[in-house]
Design a protein around this ligand. Structure first.
Ligand SMILES: O=C(O)CCC(=O)C(=O)O
Ligand SMILES: [Fe+2]
Length: 240
């Protein structure tokens, strides 16, 4: 099978960005089907055993984050990870800007990721945040928000690198949203190998009968019942 370059795949032609934008507006997340091919997924999983590529490794149980582990890539990022970050960002920045306008924030995001990263770096957020996560049977990821400093890009992307049913069972990606004065609501996001989910990092705007309000979002992973599961996380802001 031909390997499609990420730039071609992410371009307006190959992905229905209008649908993604609509679904993000309606629900705070959207699936990008087959963002990566299975060969690209396996190649990324194989990187997990290359300590030279990572700046730090986190064992989730040591921090109360859940069970399982992840590693943050160091700069320079592997080509595929760098190109995902660079090519997805310009599609998401207009959505992020619209959200901020609706939520009454004056922060606006530049068109290019390079420019946004310069803003992070100037504020001391210098460390790269893209990461690989690894789970085994009984592992899970507690509900959380990936905030790493003052500068936050409000959308992030997680790509499932393993195949449910074949490589693992359980281990579903979950999102919760907390609306003002209401209890939290959960949503399970069904993903196949290579599918990505774009979702709100922290807040998203919702239009109600009395105007626009802000809901608080969290994400996590339910307990794996068996097997192994890997994910690539692409966060667009860097960390302090
Ligand atoms: O493993 C997952 O699906 C969750 C990954 C995650 O928390 C992230 O990408 O920020
Ligand atoms: Fe996360």
């Amino acid at each position: 099978m031909m390997v499609v370059s990420i730039a071609n795949k992410v371009s307006a032609m190959a992905i229905d960005w209008q649908r993604i934008s609509d679904e993000l507006g309606a629900r705070g997340y959207a699936i990008i089907p087959s963002l990566l091919q299975s060969t690209q997924c396996s190649a990324l999983v194989d990187l997990y055993t290359r300590p030279d590529l990572f700046r730090s490794r986190v064992v989730m149980s040591r921090h109360g984050f859940g069970r399982g582990e992840y590693q943050y890539f160091k700069y320079p990022l592997p080509d595929l990870v760098a190109s995902l970050r660079r090519t997805l960002y310009p599609q998401l920045a207009p959505i992020a800007n619209r959200w901020n306008e609706l939520m009454g924030s004056v922060v606006r995001y530049p068109h290019e990721h390079e420019e946004f990263i310069a803003r992070c770096h100037a504020a001391g957020q210098l460390r790269p945040t893209p990461l690989l996560l690894q789970y085994e049977a009984d592992d899970y990821n507690c509900l959380h928000q990936d905030l790493y400093g003052e500068h936050v890009f409000p959308l992030q992307v997680a790509t499932l690198l393993s195949q449910p049913g074949r490589d693992f069972s359980g281990g579903e990606f979950v999102l919760t949203e907390q609306r003002p004065r209401m209890q939290s609501r959960a949503e399970v996001v069904p993903l196949e190998q290579g599918d990505a989910v774009v979702f709100a990092v922290h807040h998203r705007p919702v239009t109600g009968t009395r105007g626009i309000y802000r809901v608080n979002m969290r994400h996590g992973v339910s307990r794996l019942r068996s097997g192994h599961r890997h994910t690539l996380g692409v966060i667009f802001h860097d960390a302090t």
